[in-house]
Design a protein around this ligand. Sequence first.
Ligand SMILES: Cc1cc2nc3c(=O)[nH]c(=O)nc-3n(C[C@H](O)[C@H](O)[C@H](O)COP(=O)(O)OP(=O)(O)OC[C@H]3O[C@@H](n4cnc5c(N)ncnc54)[C@H](O)[C@@H]3O)c2cc1C
Length: 407
Amino acid sequence: MMIYDVVIIGAGPAGLFSALSLNKEKVLLIEKNKQPGKKLLISGAGQCNYTNYCSMEEFLKRYGDKGRFLKTALYNFTNKDAVEFFKKKGLESLVREDNKVFPITLNSSDILNVLINSCIEKGVEIRYEESAIKISYDDINQMYLIKTNKGNHAALNLIIASGGMTYPNTGSTGEGYAFAKDLGHTIISPREALAPVYADSYQFKELSGISFENIGVTLWRNNKKINEFKGDFLFTHVNISGPVILNNSRHFEIGDILRINFTQFKNAEEFKKYFDELIANSGRLNVKTAIKNINLPKRFIEKVMELSQVHEETTCSQLDKVKRKKLAELISDFPFKVERLGSSSIAMVTKGGVSTDEIINKTMESKLKPNLFFAGEIIDYDGDTGGFNIQAAFSTGKLAAESINKK
Ligand SMILES: Cc1cc2nc3c(=O)[nH]c(=O)nc-3n(C[C@H](O)[C@H](O)[C@H](O)COP(=O)(O)OP(=O)(O)OC[C@H]3O[C@@H](n4cnc5c(N)ncnc54)[C@H](O)[C@@H]3O)c2cc1C
């Protein structure tokens, strides 16, 4: 049986970046798929939003309370370092106005090719269609034994970078959790994050594709307001989505009420005041025409008028108090009851995973087993949409590799 300096499980962004950052002689990267980076290829709708150009202070905030754990890794290899890395490899990047960073070609396979070629240049042995099945630690010889569908390997150092458990058709099926558990680690219950919300009695199917920029969402549980968020919102044909829903889905529970303020008014009260005045001052104008001043999509206005049973031809002076109140509420305080979150087949990342309490954040090494490292989404962190997850995979992968290089 071959004894490797390092074996890496999983050729996603975390595994590939670890591999290309290693300076060891015998490095094996095993990937169960026929090809590497299947999830990376579909990221950012195939364009790969691989990092974000916001300040590093802001960057850390985008992982909730896990920013502290990721701080060393992210400062060791920052968003700017990532852009520079690809530039040096001949791939320029495009920084969009919203700070999202993509390869200039808007093609995720260009990012993947740089990663693979860098691994090949480093002499990394990559084996595809090889799946780790069982991993154990041999205390006497101080090495890891990796049983795969194709044979056995031994490793002085092991990096588990097998991803989370969402989008399982990309290969991220959560097997890594069992390996970590067998090696003594605690797994924080994995669940879907960056998931759209399926609302009770969803009535916006025909508004699919309509989006709203930077609007307010308040989260209510047991009749108490417990949080508020701001961001872009999207209706799809089956659920509500967009960054403000996806990024905050980690906070939502079944039965919660999400109240959406579709206007740019600070809150529903302010809007209601404005709306009452608008209706009072618009006399014989159609309600529909008067509402145009609020600058909302036409189809959305038609829908809320239908839901509050206000007829197309109703003039402002004909609008009774009850309907006026209803209409204002639907526009600025629309309640969606969370029926369920998008399942693991459509959630973009996994919340939960290998407990960060048992990983040294300065090295990504296990606190429980020597020479065992974790990188990427298998770890219990999850970032917002906007390039934060791939950057974290790169940064944790690189830190794990550099820690091994120093040994
Ligand atoms: C639709 C979609 C769009 C996304 N868009 C973005 C985006 O634009 N920007 C962003 O930052 N993030 C995005 N993400 C999230 C991002 O892609 C992931 O966070 C990132 O890929 C995680 O990297 P990873 O290397 O940790 O895991 P993965 O990419 O999941 O890679 C893990 C690899 O390990 C392999 N593996 C698993 N088990 C075994 C085993 N037993 N033996 C061998 N190999 C194994 C898998 O086949 C897989 O190739 C998106 C996710 C999805 C689903």
